[in-house]
Design a protein around this ligand. Structure first.
Ligand code: DP6
Length: 355
């Protein structure tokens, strides 16, 4: 009997940023966050898990290379938590094979180049938890699984759902209410698209994990943000998503990206994630929106940046072509665009990101 399962999970990009932990071991955040899952086929992690009585330890391969599973590390915690859920199921159903007692071998692959500069921890831990849930035949809901993916990487909990997803910070010290919930499924607002502009594929200088901890310890602006800014923004952007109000969605998304980077700057010593090209893309989008607003129209695009210089631009399908042309025009080296939405016909330029 072969006990094996494969699952995949997509990348997500936050509109309201998670930045700060109140518990670093359980990965409990200092504020709620909200993201859009990029459910295009070409930005996913796919993970296969196998349990076998002949295995002598848990092992992990990432993109073909074996990685150490550190005792008590994040991967070990996720595996242990999933085995615990399987053991509960075996206790209820004594005829089930005792998979919780076998070691597992896990192989995970990203279908986007690591060089694209996109964080893979979110899709990676979400796919790992999903594949183990499938291997162990667990009846768990995506929200229940998000509790475990969260302990791999905070942002991973949001990749358990497609569409528009909130991570509720919760208040319980054991983390049992710090989980992802669906705000709206992808089909609710299919017109919304994300363009990823890879500004640099260098590994980032300060990791999210260490950067956000330094922010928690030193930034006074973060305290203002978590108490007085994020709760209101969560309400307003959730409503905007429900009403498909792109203008409000875009306004809040850009404001929150700006504040996240302001909070990084307010950290001691300061953290800079954006570079001159990132800022030039901001200016381009601001100008693009200004032309629309001056003509009495709505905001047409929203930029957002995570812990690195790469831009993600949210827009509606009708504007994708125009924005890509604008970016390629102002950044002539941006010639590696693939046409994920079929807007350019079969001769569309190649690659899956704007570089
Ligand atoms: C800027 O989830 O990578 O992308 O929980 O320490 O693994 P850890 O951090 P991580 O942080 C993501 C930070 C962010 C914002 C976001 O995705 O909400």
């Amino acid at each position: 009997m072969v006990y094996q399962a494969t699952a995949s999970a997509p990348v997500n990009i936050a509109c309201i940023k998670y930045w700060g932990k109140r518990d670093t071991k359980l990965i409990l955040p200092t504020n709620d966050s909200l993201s859009v899952t990029l459910d295009q086929d070409h930005l996913r992690s796919t993970t296969t898990s196998r349990a076998d009585p002949s295995f002598t330890k848990d092992r992990l391969w990432l993109n073909g290379t074996e990685e150490e599973i550190k005792p008590n590390g994040r991967t070990a915690t996720c595996i242990a938590e999933m085995k615990r859920l399987r053991a509960d199921l075996e206790a209820e159903k004594p005829n089930e094979p005792k998979l919780s007692q076998f070691y597992v071998h896990i192989a995970s692959k990203n279908n986007f180049p690591t060089a694209a500069g996109l964080a893979s921890s979110a899709s990676g831990f979400a796919a790992l938890v999903k594949s183990l849930a499938s291997l162990y035949q667990l009846p768990s809901t995506p929200s229940e699984l998000s509790l475990i993916a969260r302990q791999g990487s905070g942002s991973a909990c949001r990749s358990l759902f497609g569409g528009f997803v909130a991570w509720e910070m919760g208040s319980s010290p054991d983390g049992s209410d710090s989980l992802a919930v669906e705000i709206a499924p992808r089909e609710h607002w299919p017109e919304i698209h994300a363009l990823i502009c890879v500004v640099s594929d260098d590994k980032k200088g300060t990791s999210s994990t260490s950067g956000m901890q330094r922010t928690v310890e030193t930034s006074t602006l973060l305290q203002h943000r978590i108490k007085h800014v994020v709760p209101e923004r969560m309400k307003v952007i959730s409503e905007a998503i429900k009403k498909r109000d792109f203008n409000t969605f875009a306004k809040i998304t850009m404001q929150d990206s700006n504040q996240f980077h302001a909070v990084a700057l307010d950290t001691d010593p300061p953290i800079f994630y954006m570079n001159d090209v990132s800022r030039a893309i901001i200016s381009l989008i601001v100008e693009y929106n200004r032309v629309s607003v001056d003509a009495g129209g709505p905001l047409k695009a929203a930029y957002t940046y995570d812990a690195g210089p790469n831009a993600v631009i949210y827009t509606l399908k009708e504007n994708v072509k125009e924005i890509v042309e604008l970016v390629v025009n102002y950044f002539p080296q941006a010639n590696q665009f693939k046409d994920p939405f079929g807007l350019f016909g079969s001769d569309g330029v190649q690659g899956n990101v704007v570089t």
